[in-house]
Design a protein around this ligand. Sequence first.
Ligand SMILES: Cc1ncc(COP(=O)(O)O)c(C=O)c1O
Length: 393
Amino acid sequence: MSHSKHIETQAIHAGRINDEQFGSLATPLYQTSTFVFENAEQGARRFAGEEAGYIYSRLGNPTTRQLEQRVAAMEGMEDAAATATGMGAVSGALMTFLQAGDHLISSKAVYGCSFALMSHLLTKFGVEVTFVDMTEPENISAAIKPNTKMIFLETPINPNMVVLDLATIGNIAQQHKLISVVDNTFLTPVLQQPAKFGFDLIVHSATKYLNGHGDVVAGIICGNTEMINQIKMTVLKDIGATMSPHDAWLILRGIKTLPIRMERHCANAQKVAEFLEQHNKIANVYYPGLKSHSGYKFIGTQMQAAGGVIAFEIKGNIEDGAAFINRMQLFSIAVSLGDAESLIQHPASMTHSPYSPEERLEAGISDGLIRISVGLENADDLIDDLSQSLAQI
Ligand SMILES: Cc1ncc(COP(=O)(O)O)c(C=O)c1O
């Protein structure tokens, strides 16, 4: 499938394998751990890379392959590697290209477990990490050292919805020949394609919007063929964080509706954010679709729209916040995002608890911050739910 097709078409057709045997319209699910060789010589040729073909599902699977080709096409990248979870994607991208003695520069505020991976696990293996505030891109330039190898960021940032400037940061990475990695989970290729700004690797928690139905944990890494092969043949093969074919099959089903789901997530979130912004019990709303947000200027250039996640602070103390969350009826109290169901959570005690209180403060993640993932319900019903709980503060 050509990369030039529109994304709505790619979401349905890219990477599609024709089932020549039975003509199945839906993607066949190759729920198999291994693949039978015709003879010993064929097995040897496949292992030696002399003959194309599948060997064992940890190394590759036709259903999973279809998903990889679809997401790569949607991101405008050559190839992709599917992973067991989003963290499998983040760790696969980082661990393949970093070794002891290398220096990594990361945005200060990132998803809690990405922070834990970089600040606790990678440092154990001798990788040096500097966390910087990337809203001032000169902080990145100032942190670059002779052994700097890679930069890592996400935008909008989970959980505070700060938007980072991909064009400027991509330029800095290219000038200094750094491997640039961006986590595109929050916007998906439907709303933002970091490859256009020169980023080398794009990672996703496919658990979120790509699948969209809250029934899978999965991840994916997109990049050029060489880098993706390197990831597959080293970290993914030997650590084993590969995606199950059944999960790939579910995501292939979910991704067909990604463009129309994103449209509704954005429209609903815009209405909800505007409601929250004018409410007298709300102290701050962080949503790039609001004119008051520092990221609003990137809409229409870097990102097509603001996505479905909103962060806000209510007026009141931590207990008021917990009581507010507990009173919600339509919003489920759950971590994750990008599902049909609206979700609400408290980053400081949940998704971002791997940060110490001091580190959270440094990263601009306040203790009172509440994060919602606006689902696909009717926006007025969601607003009614928020309204009843806010009225009781
Ligand atoms: C931005 C971002 N990246 C990565 C992850 C990790 O993904 P997973 O939970 O699928 O491992 C998450 C999970 O919340 C996330 O929000």
